[in-house]
Design a protein around this ligand. Structure first.
Ligand code: BES
Ligand code: MN
Ligand code: ZN
Length: 497
């Protein structure tokens, strides 16, 4: 997708296949819609009155209205004028892009980003609209026998005031990078688990490093993982015929920065299929456990965005990846394993495997003397019960880090909710036979999972995002969402100010 800005002073003479204007409830036209209405001798007002309720996300197409150079004018509903916000404008751009895809349009022009929006700066608005446009052209077609016709949509121009051009261009570049990162994360999530294996994730990291010169990939194999004494990670990998991979993908800004800040480390859970292991999961919807690598996918997607923007900050992605399957060599309930940190763990449920692979990655992260470590994981079904599919769960004892991540999530429209991590919950992880058990029972399941991870993060600032409810959609819309690539990239952009 190509992005550009226009400061044209004559909207009726803009040449594009689809020219989008906003319309509010009660027949209120945006300034751009009003200009086109006058140029077309009332064509817009009349159709709005007869058949357009302007509810958010609604779309109506006027073909080649007289007096207007564009091949189509697309009316985008924005709801009530006094409640206009960034979420509505993003939704309108998504609907616009979907319309363009379905109508085989290749060039699109939007006037919506010149509207005053109370909860987003012009840069943020351009960023959100560009990333929405990018993600609207995502379509999974890797594993069908018949090729689908190609999507033609290839450019979006945003109409902005002359003095906003720099801001809009900057926001669009960021949105394009975020959109590509989201789409990469979605594709990795959507691919079947017999294709997207630990080795496939490793190859994806290597491919990214080939594509972006600021990235360096390192993929540690079984032998190297053994040499690091990652006994906890390896206990999960043991049940599978697929070899595990420990991926390190590092972005070093191309311009040497004046005073080098310590890196920010992102850790992603990369279970490419979670059958539960010996503590086997029930059959229904088990296919969805191919999405159990969405934390890893979001880390790769974020690194892709970071590299495309050549962010002036060192960022390191760490991904422990393996399958969790039952077999004669699989870890068993009752087994006691020794983590890289030296702490011993009694495995009471082999389905609580995410924390077992993450704990060794969190120990590994210490070597980078990071400014902060953020892990991202489809960690607990309990988090889906607590927060549904709206908010990702955020766990941290660092209030400043929490504030930064929550603000990033709000700005990105990729929200998270701060959940508690009191020491009092730690008691639930007591074991009679090891330093800790890997489960804490049913109460507060997401919190005890975070408590488990916290025991490996003593030496740096740390936050944990449980994305079990937000990483993918179920049912008819089944597919990966690419969350929280946008939250993470917004956070990292904020750390570069
Ligand atoms: N990957 C799952 C978490 C999950 C379950 C995410 C359903 C999304 C939907 C994780 O590995 C898991 O199985 N967790 C267990 C932990 C339990 C055994 C303490 C869970 O949530 O049931
Ligand atoms: Mn599991
Ligand atoms: Zn899992």
């Amino acid at each position: 997708m190509e992005f550009s800005t226009s400061t044209s002073t004559s909207l009726p003479s803009v040449k594009t296949q689809a020219l989008a204007v906003g319309v509010f409830k009660d027949g209120i036209l945006s300034p751009a819609a009003d200009i086109l209405d006058q140029a077309s001798k009332g064509a817009i007002r009349s159709v709005v009155q007869s058949e357009f309720d302007a509810s958010p996300g609604s779309v109506l197409c006027l073909h080649a209205p007289a007096g207007i150079a564009a091949s189509r004018v697309i009316l985008l509903g924005l709801g009530a004028q006094d409640t206009l916000n960034a979420a509505t404008l993003r939704q309108a751009h998504l609907a616009f892009a979907h319309y363009c895809v379905q109508a085989n349009v290749s060039t699109a022009f939007s006037t919506l980003c010149s509207l005053k929006c109370p909860d987003a700066s012009p840069t943020t608005l351009a960023r959100l609209c560009a990333s929405a446009f990018c993600t609207a052209v995502y379509r999974y077609d890797e594993t069908f026998s018949h090729a689908k016709p190609a999507i033609k949509l290839r450019s979006l121009t945003l109409h902005v005031a002359r003095n906003q051009t720099t801001h809009a261009k900057e926001g669009m570049a960021q949105g394009a990078a975020i959109g590509s990162g989201i789409n990469l994360a979605r594709l990795l999530g959507d691919l079947p688990p017999n294709v997207c294996t630990p080795s496939y994730l490793g190859q994806t990291a290597r491919d990214l490093a080939k594509q972006f010169k600021t990235l360096k990939a390192e993929v540690l194999d079984q032998k190297k993982i053994e040499a690091l004494n990652m006994g906890s990670f390896l206990s999960v990998a043991r049940g599978s015929a697929q070899p595990p991979a420990f991926i390190v993908l590092r972005h070093t800004p191309s311009q040497a920065v004046a005073r080098k800040a310590p890196p920010i480390v992102l850790v992603g859970k990369g279970i490419t299929f979670d059958a539960g292991g010996i503590s086997l999961k029930p059959g229904p919807a088990m296919d969805e456990m191919k999405f159990d690598m969405c934390g890893a996918a979001s880390v790769l997607g974020t690194l892709r965005a970071v590299a495309q923007l050549d962010l002036p900050r060192e960022v390191i992605g760490i991904i422990p990846s393996c399958e969790n399957l039952p077999s004669g060599s699989a870890v068993k309930p009752g087994d006691i394993i020794t983590s890289m940190s030296g702490q011993t763990i009694e495995v009471l449920n082999t389905d609580a495997e995410g924390r077992l692979i993450l704990c060794d990655a969190l120990t590994y992260a210490e070597r980078f003397k990071p400014a902060a470590v953020i892990d991202v994981a489809t960690l607990t079904g309990a988090c889906v019960i607590a927060l549904g599919h709206v908010n990702s769960g955020l766990f941290t004892r660092d209030d400043a880090l929490a504030a930064d991540l929550l603000a990033a999530g709000r700005q990105a429209l990729d929200p998270a909710w701060h959940l508690p991590l009191d020491d009092a919950y730690q008691d639930l992880l007591k074991s009679n036979f090891a330093d800790m058990a890997n489960i804490g029972g049913r109460p507060a399941g997401s919190i005890t999972a975070a408590c488990f991870l916290s025991r490996f993060t003593g030496n740096y600032r740390w936050a944990h995002l449980d994305i079990a409810g937000t990483a993918w959609l179920e049912g008819k819309q089944k597919g990966a969402t690419g969350r929280p690539v946008s939250l993470l990239t917004h956070y990292l952009l904020g750390q570069c100010q």
